[in-house]
Design a protein around this ligand. Structure first.
Ligand code: FAD
Length: 533
């Protein structure tokens, strides 16, 4: 007999993990062993455009988890199952092999995953095995705050107010600290049935998702794996403005600067969060996306005392609420995880380049103005950071190099692709997923659809960012652009944001591939005329 906890890509931690904690309590109460299983599925990762960096980060975390769980005499058993449709059967046969009495997991809200879990749940229950799927990803779970009409909120501000109120009224429930798993007895290691599970090795890489060694080494330094590393990242954000100078040496996004006033980064977050040239945000997104730290732990850490204090709802907490909001949208409107616009009227926008219709076809959108070759060349220039707009190019090169981009730059780059180049947001969304170490469907789709004006509570279509103005606000010192666009390293002052033709040609930097005003007008026309023949 055994109790199984199925660890997924989004909950790679031992502490403060609801499903693991419940599974452990069950095992302890019935005095049977707890087993942790993780299913690696290369086909699934392909289908979800997972980035090699995200997969590598997963494996690095799993390797540490195998050791920590091993110390508790809990096996971490890895199953590789390429055909993703076969996962339900694989899970059921694993449960049968162990004569398991129950399987626990944290809910994944994407449509494919919900369908898979429903299938597993039915099959398990038919065999008398308990299947318990619980909320864990959000601070306030989907469905816990609803509008007066009992509907999912589709506007962020009232959602955030209701979210904070609900949270503060139920702090023990929402911020409850799930205990560490109870250790198995030592003899589990030598039991014929369980012993071999301890020998299951975490692979170094997954075929098709290998990183080259230099990139892997860089990722290991910039984004170290493990719960302790995540807590340290959070601690630095809350307590001090400086990062270690050692990190600053390998990580161009860490400025390493000491703040003479000894202010914490969270205390200046509201004022400085949009600065891409400074190390102002927490950089916790890879850890939150992979669940190496829980969003609950992030909130708790901002509170002096979770027993008496209230969550303050400051700007940083509001970002955590954005994360919850997008998960609620994904759970409440399944079309967004199937590549559909949240605002369905925008399904008919005329995009340049390939016609998508649910797949990435190599055909020209029949109403497009540009040839397929021109649109594809624009897409390639955007991806590689050669649009001739320094802030867009610096952001995209940063994404390619670091697997990460500052929020403001994600907005600028996404708005540029969808409005200036009039390229379908799904192309950008897919590219981000393929590159980001923090790639997460709910936040990525939410962010892309916000920028494309097709999303929930999105940026209105007529508010097209001016990349030059955005550039001087996000990177006033120019340090960010100069680092990621070395062709412009010698340029100082306002020219850096919009290099004059002669200087750009001399330095070998491309001229803008489109004109701001013209492209803006085209975007406004397309959105205004949506649906008209
Ligand atoms: P901080 O500013 O320190 O914020 C703390 C945490 O709050 C973040 O780690 C994140 O979990 C959450 N958060 C912050 N801003 C947002 C937001 N706008 N939406 C949702 N959650 C937020 N975030 C991802 O985690 N994965 C993605 O794939 C992703 N794709 C995005 C794509 C686009 C086009 C845009 C505009 C935004 C995207 N974001 C995504 C949201 C945001 O850019 C990142 O979460 C943030 O930049 C991470 O940096 P940080 O950890 O320093 O954030």
């Amino acid at each position: 007999d055994a109790v199984v906890y199925w660890m997924r890509m989004g909950d790679l931690r031992i502490t403060d993990n609801r499903a693991l904690s419940l599974a452990s309590a069950h095992a302890k109460k019935t005095d049977i062993p707890l087993v942790v299983v993780f299913i690696l599925s290369p086909q699934d990762y392909k289908a979800h455009d997972r980035s090699p960096r995200r997969i590598d980060f997963t494996l690095r975390n799993l390797a540490l988890l195998a050791t920590s769980l091993g110390k508790l005499h809990i096996p971490l058993h890895i199953i590789t199952q390429s055909n993703r449709r076969a996962i339900p059967n694989k899970v059921i046969s694993f449960l049968e092999e162990l004569s398991a009495s129950a399987i626990y997991a944290n809910i994944e809200y994407e449509v494919d995953e919900l369908r898979r879990d429903t299938q597993i749940s039915k099959a398990a229950q038919a065999k008398g095995i308990g299947a318990i799927f619980v909320h864990d990803k959000c601070v306030v779970e989907p469905g816990a705050v609803l509008t007066k009409e009992n509907k999912t909120y589709s506007v962020y501000s009232p959602y955030q107010k209701a979210w904070l109120k609900k949270l503060n009224a139920n702090i023990p429930y929402f911020l409850e600290n799930c205990r560490q798993p109870h250790p198995n007895s030592e003899s589990v290691r030598t039991t014929a049935k369980f012993g071999p599970l301890f020998d299951s090795l975490v692979p170094e890489s997954v075929p098709g998702f290998e990183l080259d060694p230099a990139d892997r080494a860089k990722m290991e330094q910039v984004w170290p794996a493990g719960e302790a590393a995540a807590s340290e990242m959070l601690r630095r954000f809350l307590r001090t403005k400086s990062r270690s100078s050692q990190l600053a040496a390998v990580d161009p996004l860490a400025d390493g600067a000491e703040d003479s006033a000894k202010r914490s980064r969270i205390s200046v977050y509201d004022a400085e969060r949009d600065r891409a040239d400074k190390d102002t945000t927490s950089r916790l997104s890879p850890y939150l996306s992979a669940g190496v730290i829980s969003a609950r732990a992030c909130i708790r850490a901002t509170m002096p005392d979770t027993k008496n204090a209230k969550v303050d709802g400051g700007r940083w907490i509001q970002e955590i609420a954005w994360r919850d909001f997008y998960v609620c949208i994904l759970a409440g409107f399944p079309r967004v995880s199937m590549g559909r616009p949240f605002q369905e009227k925008y399904a008919d926008i005329v995009w340049e380049g390939p016609a998508l219709e649910g797949s990435y076809a190599d055909e020209l959108n029949p109403k497009a103005e540009l040839s397929l070759a021109t649109a594809e060349s624009n897409i390639e220039k955007w991806k590689s950071g050669r649009t001739g707009y320094p802030i867009v190019d610096a952001g995209m090169r940063c994404l390619n190099e670091m697997g990460y981009m500052h929020n403001r730059l994600r907005m600028i780059a996404a708005m540029f692709l969808t409005k200036h180049l009039m390229i379908d947001w799904r192309i950008g969304e897919k590219y981000f997923m393929e590159k980001l170490i923090d790639g997460d469907l709910a936040s990525n789709d939410g962010g892309w659809q916000w920028c494309a004006s097709t999303g929930v509570d999105a940026c209105p279509y007529f508010r097209v960012f001016n990349p030059y103005n955005q550039s001087s606000k996000a990177d006033p010192t120019g340090d960010f652009i100069r680092h990621f666009v070395p062709e412009l390293a010698s340029v100082r002052g306002p020219d850096l944001h919009n290099p004059p033709a002669a200087a750009a040609n001399k330095l070998g930097y491309p001229r803008p591939i489109v004109k701001h005003e013209e492209s803006r007008d085209r975007a406004l026309r397309r959105f205004k005329n949506v649906g008209s023949a």
